[in-house]
Design a protein around this ligand. Structure first.
Ligand code: TIU
Length: 221
């Protein structure tokens, strides 16, 4: 049975038969000290703080046996799926494919590319390696979701204004109803996180809905 989740800009009518959780890029390189994000000069402790909230959100969906998608921003070792325009954006020595403290930066299979152990996918969950910021480009995810009859997506992960917002916008354009769990997402830049959430819910929910985890948990209860 569908039920209402109090959210901005208005109630999200969640249908457990057609909803999936999407956890974006909770990988070591963005979140752990010594990773790629840290090497770029970002304060990763902002991101570390949301890990328990994301874990609780995953637990909520697991307990109800609802589908969960985990993504990683990951390129093939030969970088054939990394356009030069993306690779050349960074500083020499800190570019995608270069060797960092946790192996090759944003390359599939490297230590830094792994999802944090606390949030690791379990058997039966969907894991997507995405070469873009958005989760649909080059992944085949749309067909997977269609096969499961998914029409609604609840979002968490990092970073709010980059991979989370891009994925949410891609999903919105594909017809999914999207809700962001606002305390299960974070940015290196607090003002960007706040602005991204406002952009999503403005204009009658032009990109989707937003709500805190506690409200979603209460609605499920
Ligand atoms: N996952 C994701 O957001 N990738 C990024 O590169 N984010 C930054 O904020 N840099």
């Amino acid at each position: 049975m569908a039920f209402a989740v109090p959210a901005r800009p208005y109630d999200f009518i969640l249908d457990p038969k057609h909803v999936a959780l999407v956890v974006i890029d909770m990988q070591r390189d963005f979140i752990e000290t010594g990773g790629f994000g840290d090497a770029l000069g970002n304060d990763v402790s902002r991101l570390t703080k949301i890990v328990p909230t994301v874990a609780a959100l995953i637990a909520l969906f697991r307990a109800r046996k609802l589908p969960i998608v985990h993504t990683r921003e990951a390129h093939r070792p030969d970088l054939s799926d990394c356009p030069p325009a993306k690779r050349l954006r960074g500083k020499p020595g800190l570019r995608i494919g270069d060797v960092g403290a946790m192996g090759r930066i944003l390359v599939a299979g490297e230590p830094g590319n792994q999802i944090l152990p606390e949030l690791a996918p379990v058997e039966g969950e969907i894991v997507i390696d995405k070469p873009g910021k958005g989760m649909f480009w080059g992944t085949g995810l749309q067909d997977t979701l269609a096969g499961l009859g998914i029409t609604q997506l609840v979002f968490a992960g990092v970073t709010t204004e980059v991979c989370v917002q891009t994925s949410m916008r891609e999903a919105n354009d594909r017809g999914y109803e999207c809700m962001l769990v606002e305390d299960a997402t974070e940015s290196y830049f607090p003002e960007f996180k706040a602005a991204a959430i406002e952009m999503i819910v403005a204009q009658g929910g032009i990109v989707g809905w937003a709500t805190p985890l506690s409200v979603l948990e209460n609605a499920f209860a």
